[in-house]
Design a protein around this ligand. Structure first.
Ligand SMILES: [Zn+2]
Length: 233
């Protein structure tokens, strides 16, 4: 057998191994698994996002709590001052009123913001709960299917490995440059070799000029100009 014939034999085995591996990768179970994993990860990401938001809100509530305490103290001090140094005229009375008003407004604002944040936190709590529940469901569906698929995959890959070993054995006696060329063509055309059929490339049906046909028949390495495959007589 010449080099091209040997390589052709190798290709048969190589294609068979690839086909089995591809069918394993394209199995409906795997596709479902990928879908489940995606939605599982999506739920995890959304949950993490909400947790981060809640943490930021809790930080803000802490800041507000300190600010409220401070304003409260200021208000108490002001009230003490008003008792110790009561207003003597309408102007100083108005000044006190304004000061008290200003502090109460600030306190109200802080209170309002705290309440609104607590409301947002509560709303996120319920979303978190919902997401956690859905995560549990997603996990319950995903994990068993994954384990089942993993077991099947392992089993199937044993078959693929057997076919790979058969293919590898067929490489024996083939010169490295032929193998390199085969692998290079395989990057863009699968399978990388095609039979000559009625003067045409068996891969893409391109007709060869007679000079090329002559080279092919002489057993030279010829690559199809259109699809790049190695042509074998
Ligand atoms: Zn071609």
């Amino acid at each position: 057998m010449n080099q091209l014939e040997l390589l052709w034999e190798y290709q048969q085995a190589d294609v068979e191994a690839d086909a089995l591996e591809m069918s394993i990768r394209r199995s409906p179970k795997r596709r479902k698994l990928l879908r489940l994993r995606e939605s599982y990860q999506d739920l995890q990401n959304r949950l993490k996002e909400i947790e981060d938001e809640v943490l930021a809100m809790m930080d803000r509530i802490d800041v507000l709590k300190d600010a409220i305490e401070l304003s409260d103290d200021q208000l108490k001090q002001l009230q003490n001052r008003i008792q110790e140094e009561p207003a003597t005229d309408s102007e100083s009375a108005r000044a006190y009123v304004e000061e008290v008003q200003k502090l109460s407004n600030t306190l109200n604002d802080f209170d309002e913001e705290t309440r609104s944040i607590r409301k947002s936190v509560a709303e996120r709590d319920s979303r978190q709960l919902d997401l956690k529940r859905r995560l549990v469901y997603a996990k319950d569906e995903f994990i068993p299917l994954r384990d089942e698929y993993d077991a099947e995959y392992k089993e199937n890959m044993v078959e693929v490995e057997k076919l790979r070993a058969v293919a590898k054995a067929k490489l024996e006696g083939i010169e490295p440059e032929y193998i390199e060329k085969y692998n290079a063509i395989k990057q863009h055309s699968v399978p990388p070799m095609a039979r000559l059929q009625n003067g045409q490339c068996g891969g893409c049906n391109m007709s060869f000029p007679s000079s090329v046909l002559y080279s092919i028949k002489a057993g030279k390495v010829v690559e199809c100009e259109t699809c790049g495959r190695m042509i074998i007589q």
